[in-house]
Write a protein that binds this ligand. Structure first.
Ligand code: SF4
Length: 321
């Protein structure tokens, strides 16, 4: 019997588009107010100079070129037939609307791109930008991915996010009702956060009516403020066993309707300082799946706010995000 314990993104996409759909990460050459001096120049303490991107734009690779190269690679590797243009690097609403439109249009000109995903900060969105993004919902599946990481403002301050949980709630409320899907990013294992702190984040998100979540493990990249903290003993991070247990407990508290887009981090091996286990993504995913099975639990087991008749039927799938 198939164990259906997690509402995973891959299954959601296959159901919606009838084929394998893969995300193409795009570095469109944007900046970030937490790096360009507007809020700070140091950035979030775990962020390296690439802002989670590939560095493609600094190599002068156009959006079109990035898409062509990724399509060939993903079609060969996963037999993907359709793709989502994922504007990942830095803050992808941090530019005037006419520039944003040009970059999004360039990505969506490819007929095999069926979705647009925009990674941004919750303090870099407003009605004008949302009006622009909403236009694309007429033809494409559209996600906005807001970096939150934790609901605790003391943690956000410690990691130098430069925004508050209230900023995130404001962004979510402004985005809702526009046919734009909302994904939140969280990190488990942030300095100073206990298991209870992490589960508070799960409970708060469960109540907000978001559509998706990416759960990352904290990893330490070289030459970041976090690396210096780690080397000075001010941050130990989580061992793999603890991370897996926290993820399972986190999932239990989420609404079963939230689509899980990611269950662990995926660091660049050449930039990673610690922990070594974060390079073994498949092993971590297997352990999460096994723990869900052994504990006979599932996403939403402890979520009690949504009446059962409101839960989307058939929304549970194998956990393979
Ligand atoms: S918001 Fe993103 S790009 Fe900006 S400093 Fe933080 S992690 Fe880096």
């Amino acid at each position: 019997m198939t164990l259906r314990r997690c509402n995973d993104f891959g299954s959601y996409l296959r159901k919606r588009f009838g084929c394998r759909v893969q995300k193409i990460t795009i570095d469109a050459g944007f900046s970030c107010p937490n790096r360009d001096g507007t809020l700070s120049s140091g950035g979030c303490i775990y962020c390296d100079g690439k802002g989670s991107g590939t560095g493609a734009s600094s190599r002068a690779e156009s959006i079109r070129m990035q898409i062509q190269q990724a399509k060939a690679r993903l079609a060969a590797r996963y037999k993907a037939e359709k793709f989502i243009a994922y504007f990942q690097a830095f803050t992808n609403t941090y530019a005037p609307c006419d520039i944003l439109r040009k970059r999004y249009d360039e990505a969506l000109a490819d007929s095999e791109i069926v979705g647009l995903a925009i990674g941004t900060r919750p303090d870099c969105i407003d009605e004008a930008r949302l009006n622009l993004v909403e236009e694309y919902t007429a033809t494409h599946m559209v996600w906005i991915e807001y970096g939150l990481q934790s609901i605790h403002n003391r943690t956000l301050e410690r990691i130098n996010r430069g925004h508050t949980f209230e900023d995130f709630v404001r962004a979510v409320r402004m985005t809702q009702g526009r046919n734009i899907l909302i994904c939140a990013h969280v990190i488990l294992g942030l300095p100073g956060e206990s298991r209870e702190d992490v589960l508070d984040t799960a409970t708060a998100l469960a109540d907000l009516g978001i559509d998706g979540i990416k759960i990352h493990s904290l990893y330490v990249l070289k030459e970041t403020p976090l690396a210096r903290l780690f080397q000075a003993g001010g941050c130990t991070g989580l061992d793999q066993e603890t991370y897996v247990e926290w993820v399972v407990a986190f999932l239990e508290r989420l609404s079963p309707n939230i689509i899980v887009q990611r269950l662990t981090g995926d660091p660049d091996p050449s930039a990673l300082l610690a922990p070594g286990w974060s390079l073994n993504k498949q092993q971590t995913l297997s352990l999460i799946k096994k723990t869900l099975e052994v504990r006979e639990t599932w996403q939403g087991k402890l979520f009690e706010r949504l009446p059962l008749d409101k839960v989307t039927s058939g929304s549970y799938f194998d956990c393979n995000s």
